[in-house]
Design a protein around this ligand. Structure first.
Ligand code: MLT
Length: 202
């Protein structure tokens, strides 16, 4: 499965690869500055979503705002996982050393990677995610660290969605840390800095 992407080798091959997943209407360049804040030495695999909504790239189809096409979500999540496996071979990184960093639609597909495939990520930083699939039975993701940034006034990802995602991931065994911001859907500098502190790259 080929997906449009950028791969940058890291200065330190010991560090996990940062898998970057943009929001609706974004592209593979968007989260580069964020990745550099989180770990300036890590390799980066930044992917462009292969679904278009009125010309805006996304990672999966939706029926309308906040209502997802579950069949497409499952298919695209599996494609993304297949792509990561192929990229690990091509760029010679360890599949057990992948940190997902997603914003909005990208955070939703990152969460769904865990929902469908279990502990296939080393950890995840999810900026303004929703519950990707309310009916999913999530495989165990024992002690997998997940950081969530959420806006108390986010009209796209309402607080109940954050709380529900937190609950579901914890039930599956994840170690979840949620940071709340007096903000809407935007990813602020403050939030990016907090994610970097939590990640704790040397
Ligand atoms: C989604 O469709 O994944 C969410 O509603 C967030 C977004 O607008 O991308």
């Amino acid at each position: 499965m080929e997906l449009k992407h950028i791969y940058k080798h890291g200065r330190n091959p010991e560090r996990p690869v940062l898998l970057l997943l943009h929001g609706t209407g974004g592209n593979e360049e968007d989260l580069m500055p964020l990745a550099r804040m989180i770990d300036p030495e890590a390799a980066i695999l930044s992917v462009r979503g292969n679904v278009e909504e009125n010309g805006m790239p996304r990672f999966f189809k939706r029926l309308r705002e906040g209502v997802f096409d579950h069949e497409d979500l499952a298919k695209r999540t599996d494609e993304l996982y297949e792509f990561i496996q192929e990229a690990a071979k091509q760029y010679e990184f360890n599949l057990g050393q992948v940190t997902a960093i997603g914003y909005s639609n990208g955070a939703n597909i990152a969460a769904n990677l865990l929902f469908r495939h279990g502990p296939v990520l080393k950890n995840a930083i999810l900026h303004h995610p929703m519950v990707p699939d309310a009916d999913a039975l999530i495989p165990e993701v024992k002690e997998l660290p997940v950081w969530i940034g959420a806006g108390a006034n986010d009209p796209i990802c309402p607080p109940e969605q954050t709380e529900e995602l937190d609950r579901k991931l914890q039930e599956a065994g994840a170690e979840v840390k949620v940071n709340w911001y007096q903000a809407g859907h935007q990813l602020t500098q403050e939030e990016a800095k907090d994610a970097a502190v939590w990640y704790g790259a040397p």
